[in-house]
Design a protein around this ligand. Sequence first.
Ligand code: ASP
Length: 346
Amino acid sequence: MLWVMATPRVLILYTGGTFGMVEAERASRSGPIMLRISNRTPGELKRWFLKRVPEMPEIARCDVEILLNRDSAHVGPEDWIMLAKRIQLAWKQYDGVVVLHGTDTLAYTASALSFLLRPCKKPVVITGAQRPLSALRTDARRNLISSLEIAASAGKSPDPRAAQGVTVFFDHMLFQGNRVRKRSASEFEGFESPKYPALADVGTQVRYLLPGKDITDWPRNPKLHLEPAFSEKIVHLHMTPAFPARRLLDLVLGQLDGVLLQIFLSGTGPTHLPGVKEFLESAERRKIPVVLVADGYSLQDDGGANPGNYAAGQPLLDFGGIWAGSMTPESAFVKASLILGQPDGK
Ligand code: ASP
């Protein structure tokens, strides 16, 4: 029996970013060339992509949709929800989705999609570029081509590790979507996954390294239903020596639903300051969660750092802080916003 594999269908959702930007005039004579959003119409943008990446039809039957056309600095919770809804509508019609996104807030959108699209049974690959598609030596073309290949082949690949769920492809690596961070604004290797191993490495072949798995950390109750709603009253504070915790008590706690507190790399904080204890205890009394997150590099399961590792960190837990483990600050921020944005405060 002759078995013909149907050409996979991939939906490309464009949201903006350097990928499709154009060079504008310099702000000053010696200043850098400024990039700005192109004022091509959606139709013109679509035609332009096809012209610059004519190989697209060889990989998949692609539909291009212009959802937004913005610098990702101007993308936020309402857009994450709109994007997730569009992807959910596309499940039946497509084998995979590629999202083109600016790099500045890509890590937030990737986290949001991973939480909003649970369970995510088809590949959603997010990518962007450090140089516009129109530039010489652009990385946009190859980022798009590899993302398309990954999104198109996941459902069909004999490799059980082929990417599922929300991932980020950049330069030559495929990462778990809710574990990426932007690492450079100028190198082609723009993203990293400091606390979770890469899912695939793309060279002459796509080499899958790990099974894509749901690490949204809500496996205990698969039926848990979350409304697509984000609190916009979460603040990300960075602890410093001489942290003005007492001053923040009234300034911050009265106005917010939650606090993301970035502590030092090994999970410690200036816990010798009486204000820190007061701040955390007062937040706990007011039922305002304080999520503790540490930046840094470690591929250990627990993310390396842990407030329990040092006597200077343990009080952060004792006073009511909630440890975010291996989550990146971006992922912890989005997750806290989603949980605290639930209408009934679930
Ligand atoms: N500012 C741009 C953006 O995030 C940067 C980029 O896309 O690389 O939209």
